[in-house]
Write a protein that binds this ligand. Structure first.
Ligand code: ZN
Length: 390
């Protein structure tokens, strides 16, 4: 193993599944207590509030959040908030709620050239709302494609890293340009509260990005426009004083009800699985990750559903018995992805058979960033977190 790889991945451990949720050893660093309950559902139940009594309280939370944003209005800024939109349910619902509350919204879309037709239709319906303006930035496809190829050849599970990083980079740049002080995110505990760090490490770690590109023998120059590192984050928070808020954590967020609501109000259309508004995400979550890393995103989402009593553990187990790619035309999907990324189908299939690696196998600043972000949390009176982005 060369020096940029740290070879820290633990040896394969015996299979174990949580007795409360359905998280299992497909997360290589999952921890179980003596009763067989995993660290994910334990941490989730400490964070989440779902009692009926809290519904009214949560509505007031949201009103308070939106009223607070309105109070920040001044003549210099045209918009109250920026919202990154993908055409997916979470960001669409946040835009809908903000618009309904009378906020002036700049909806920002980072087009990574993988949007589905349904996502584009949903975006068009959303931006037809009064007081919602739209900005779309299309990535430099040549550089973006090269970055996606580097990730897919890195052996890491999170081949969506260029997209995740570029979304933050674009939204932040545009918010700064327009003097917007608040970003509303569709991120939420209700549907995304459980997500192992092994499956998705944070792209703000510049050392990690550099080590991936170094292994590929490529300069990070092609990644520059998509990068959003620690320095950018701190400039964004302290110099530009921009806050990111999560409205869906201030309501009892039921995704199915939100979808129905959007369908009725905005002719919003469903696109299948979670985050399948993007063709590459669909490939990543339904084919690449399950086949190459043995991990199934549905497992994390279903575990969150179990914790919220939306589904029984047995129902979740039954769903997971069917492979994620069951209803897909696999050859057709692989051919489309290979062709777009400039691979032969056989090349892509061979890449997917190569050894799996995890972020701890690459140089990273997890320890240092953990200290820095916890110091920031301490100084701003927030609870300390186990992972630096948590
Ligand atoms: Zn669990």
């Amino acid at each position: 193993m060369k020096k940029y790889l740290k070879n820290k991945t633990k040896k394969i451990r015996p299979y174990q599944i949580c007795v409360r949720c359905v998280m299992d050893t497909s997360d290589p660093w999952i921890e179980f207590d003596s009763k067989g309950v995993c660290n994910h559902c334990k941490a989730y139940s400490q964070k989440n509030f779902k009692s009926e009594d809290s519904i009214k309280e949560k509505k007031e939370d949201l009103e308070e959040m939106f009223d607070g944003i309105k109070k920040l209005r001044d003549k210099k800024t045209k918009y109250d908030v920026a919202i990154g939109i993908s055409g997916g349910v979470d960001s669409s619902y946040v835009t809908y709620l903000a618009n309904k509350a009378g906020l002036k919204v700049l909806a920002i879309h980072m087009d990574n050239c993988w949007d589905t037709a349904t996502a584009i239709k949903n975006i068009n319906n959303l931006i037809s709302l009064k007081n919602v303006d739209y900005y779309c930035e299309v990535v430099n496809w040549k550089n973006f494609k090269s970055s996606q190829r580097i990730l897919i050849e890195s052996g890491l599970p999170d081949i969506e890293l260029p997209t995740d990083s570029a979304i933050t980079a674009v939204i932040s740049r545009v918010a700064v340009k327009h003097g917007i002080k608040t970003i509303l995110s569709g991120g939420n505990y209700s549907s995304e509260g459980i997500l192992p760090s092994a499956w998705m490490y944070n792209p703000k770690d510049s050392l990690f990005i550099r080590s991936i590109f170094k292994k590929a023998g490529k300069s990070t120059a092609i990644f520059k426009a998509f990068k959003f590192g620690l320095r950018d984050d701190f400039k964004f928070r302290f110099l530009h004083k921009i806050k990111t808020l999560y409205p869906l954590n201030s309501v009892i967020y039921d995704k199915e009800k939100a979808k129905n609501h959007l369908k009725r109000e905005l002719n919003w259309q469903s696109y299948g699985g979670k985050h399948c508004e993007c063709l590459y995400t669909k490939f990543c979550q339904l084919i690449y990750q399950p086949m190459r890393h043995g991990m199934d995103y549905r497992r994390a989402h279903l575990s969150t559903d179990i914790c919220n009593s939306r589904i029984s553990r047995q129902e979740a187990i039954n769903i997971l018995k069917v492979s994620p790619w069951e209803n897909l035309d696999l050859e057709n999907e692989l051919s489309f992805i290979a062709n777009k990324l400039g691979y032969e189908v056989s090349e892509l299939k061979n890449i997917m058979k190569e050894p799996r690696l995890w972020y701890k196998d690459y140089s990273n600043n997890e320890f240092l960033l953990g200290k820095i972000y916890n110091l920031y949390r301490f100084l701003t009176g927030r609870p300390l977190a186990k992972s630096w982005w948590g």
